[in-house]
Design a protein around this ligand. Sequence first.
Ligand code: SAH
Length: 280
Amino acid sequence: ALPGARIESAAGLALAIAEAPVAVQQLGRPRGRLAVIGLGPGAAELMVPAVKAELARAQDILGYETYVRMAGPFRDDQVQHCTDNREEMQRARHAFELAAQGRSVVVVSSGDPGVFAMAAAVLEALHASSDPAWQRVDLEILPGVSASLATAAQAGAPLGHDFCVMSLSDNLKPWSIIEKRLDLAAQADLVLAFYNPISKSRPHQLGVALDIVRRHRDGQTPVVLGRDIGRPGQTLKVVSLAELQPQMVDMRTMVLVGSSTTCRFDRADGREWVYTPRWY
Ligand code: SAH
């Protein structure tokens, strides 16, 4: 048959022949994708390849400005949506709105997105939504190297045995819960990894937290302080729990407090190794 011709059969079947091949890309709407990714601590070598691939395919990148900048550089066709660090739920909803339109969207976190970061906010937004377009989005969470793991690796193996991860920020939970958990975790002799240890709006809480830990732990307990690990100007310090002062710590620091078995010894280069043996 000739292009544009219609053939109709007695069975009620109609067949049309198009003038030109159909451009599938311009028909309908692709299934949107939303990836919540972890950049790792900062260094490009510590970013997992799946995250790199996701950044390359992204049309929209959402996140706290510092992290979006860390994830770049981006091409001209990629749209960056930088927001304030505290607007997490709004950012999560915005990401679903874009993905529901068929776009390929990335939400950026530092470290791992599931550790005090965007993955839980994105799932909370989806759970609360009854929009079927949001449910249809191809959602994936891609992991990253979390700050506690990156810091531990540089110090040796302080997390070599059972450990506990806590955020000391009381922005999203009451301080009384933090005190209770600190007390029980310290009593249980777990190595303690503190995220968000201190900030300008909470200058006194780290001191209170350390007082609780000191009730259960010897002054000689090794403490690792990793600041800006995997980023320019990174520093790693090992001090004892007795020496540790809140002024040594800021919001870009990871604090690892050893257990009763954590030990330290000199390295050939004048620095120190810290590790927690696998046995008890
Ligand atoms: N999702 C992130 C943690 C976000 S909470 C992760 O998995 O790493 C932010 C806290 O993480 C900071 O206050 C600091 O305690 C810690 N942190 C994040 N990146 C860090 C880095 N590069 N070096 C040291 N600590 C870091």
